[in-house]
Design a protein around this ligand. Structure first.
Ligand SMILES: [Ca+2]
Ligand SMILES: [Ca+2]
Length: 486
């Protein structure tokens, strides 16, 4: 029998053998069939594709059947395990192509996980988000564990956002991954020969060099082969840096990595970064988060910084404000636990105007070290949003108000195909502005609704007659007439 023949498993009967090409073509035909069956389903049903290792077939799927979901197992369950950085097809990232995807986290009984299960569950969610996984399936028993809920909530909050324009927030989880495969950072003459990842002593030597910052190689016999039994901070081809969605650390290598910091019952301290030898950490918010223009104070921003509250010293966060650089100092209280500092700012400019092109800087203001887990930046969307349709086919629409004519109130609805800064005003027929309903506020993609009670900006009831309502949302402009009757 030719070598490329595909045969079913036992019982092996050669009459059912087909060629590799026939097998691929059969799969294509079946996937195409399912795609057609569910294409126009209402409600919409997406078909999940569980690909074999055939990259050409996966590529065909993505190009030909874009409304399929795909199973990306290695992203889900390879968190902090050897080869986490290469055990999946890097095409997902290289293409920057939003890919509806699903993975499973089912290794939680293993020793390496159980050693710090709360921390590991949280960080595995961050890793999944970092890779753009939309759905991170969990074991039922894990979903029922309330101590994991914080991790699941954070994942759910960000899952499915494939581009920063649409996201309500951006974050960076500070982390240093000790990758023994990196012979530039860890020269072989100092840490030991790489020997294709088989030199176990090399892993131990690297952990030892960072032991003052908490790094441990719990399983000293672990090399390139994944250790399922114990939690290791040095691995082979693990992701070397931070986990992030749209906040990026500038020159991260100048700051100091930390491992296993703070109380174990808190999720945050599995990894961290501190100032180390420097006194500033620089961060850039992806410009697309603000539609490629500076925010220029258009709406309020909430900044959340999670830090380890040890000592009585201080640190500061600097931000690119309308009036230039602004600084907020935070005083530590020596509680010994992870704390979060949350502030809302209304004057954020975020135009990359700080040192090194940063939008945010964490700064040490005294001689006491500070250790951080996360910076998260969030914004509120329009509070009148009634549904997020999340459909690719939505178009910009300004609807006729209802009821019309009206007294005393009427409702105006509009659809946005993408996030936009919206202004919606009511004018008299002579062009005089009567009422500002929305002034330069960010609205997410989807349908929105706002009502007008027939009063002017000064708060007076308007007279009977025809009025014009006009919307501006990005480059879209539209207006319609309505009638107020007394
Ligand atoms: Ca920026
Ligand atoms: Ca300090």
């Amino acid at each position: 029998m030719p070598e490329d023949h595909f045969c079913p498993p036992d019982p092996k009967d050669s009459i059912y053998c087909i060629s590799e090409t026939e097998w691929i073509n059969y799969q294509k035909e079946m996937f195409h069939y399912f795609s057609e069956q569910y294409k126009n389903s209402n409600p919409k049903i997406f078909v999940l594709f569980n690909p074999s290792g055939d990259l050409a077939l996966q590529r065909w799927m993505l190009d030909s059947l874009p409304r399929f979901w795909i199973k990306l197992g290695p992203i889900a369950d390879r968190y902090q395990l050897n080869r986490e950085a290469e055990r999946w097809d890097t095409r997902w990232i290289e293409d920057f192509k939003p890919l509806p995807s699903r993975g499973e986290m089912d290794l939680t009984d293993m020793g390496w996980f159980a050693e710090d299960s709360v921390g590991n569950m949280y960080w595995s969610q961050l890793w999944a988000l970092h890779n753009g996984l939309d759905m991170h399936n969990q074991l039922v028993k894990d979903v029922q564990e309330s101590r994991f809920h914080f991790a699941f909530e954070f994942f759910t909050n960000y899952a499915g956002y494939t581009s920063p324009e649409q996201s309500h927030g951006a974050w960076i989880a500070l982390r240093d991954g000790l990758d023994a495969a990196d012979t530039i950072r860890f020269p072989e003459n100092i840490y030991g020969e790489l020997r294709d990842g088989e030199n176990k002593q090399r892993y131990v030597n690297i952990a030892k060099a960072f032991s003052a910052y908490g790094a441990i190689q719990s399983d000293t016999t672990a090399g390139k082969k994944t250790s399922w039994d114990a939690l290791n901070d040095v691995g082979y081809k693990i992701h070397p840096g931070n986990y992030e969605m749209w906040i990026h650390q500038i020159e991260p290598q100048t700051s100091q990595g930390y491992w296993r910091q703070g109380p174990k019952e808190q999720v945050f301290g599995r990894f961290a970064r501190g100032f180390g030898q420097i006194n500033k950490m620089y961060f850039d918010i992806d410009d697309r988060f603000f539609l490629n223009n500076p925010l220029a104070g258009a709406y309020p921003i909430k900044i959340r910084v999670v830090y380890l509250d040890i000592g009585n010293g201080k640190w500061a966060i600097d931000y690119d404000a309308l009036s230039g650089q602004k600084n907020i100092e935070v005083q530590k209280q020596n509680s010994g636990s992870w704390q979060q500092f949350i502030t809302e700012i209304t004057d954020a400019h975020f135009g990359n105007r700080l040192e090194k092109g940063a939008d945010l800087i964490l700064r040490n203001v005294d001689s006491e070290q500070d250790i951080f887990h996360m910076i998260e930046v969030t914004r509120e969307s329009g509070s009148t949003s009634i549904e997020d349709i999340g459909d690719d086919y939505i178009t910009f629409t300004l609807y006729q108000n209802y009821p019309n004519p009206f007294n005393p109130t009427t409702t105006i609805e509009f659809d946005l195909p993408k996030d936009e800064i919206v202004t919606l005003k009511v004018y008299a027929l002579d062009g005089r502005e009567v009422k500002t309903l929305i002034e330069k506020k960010l609205y997410r993609a989807g349908r929105h609704r706002i009502s007008w009670d027939g009063t002017s900006n000064a708060g007076n009831k308007v007279g009977s007659g025809v009025y014009v309502y006009r919307i501006e949302a990005g480059k879209f402009k539209a207006s319609k007439k309505m009638i107020f009757l007394k």
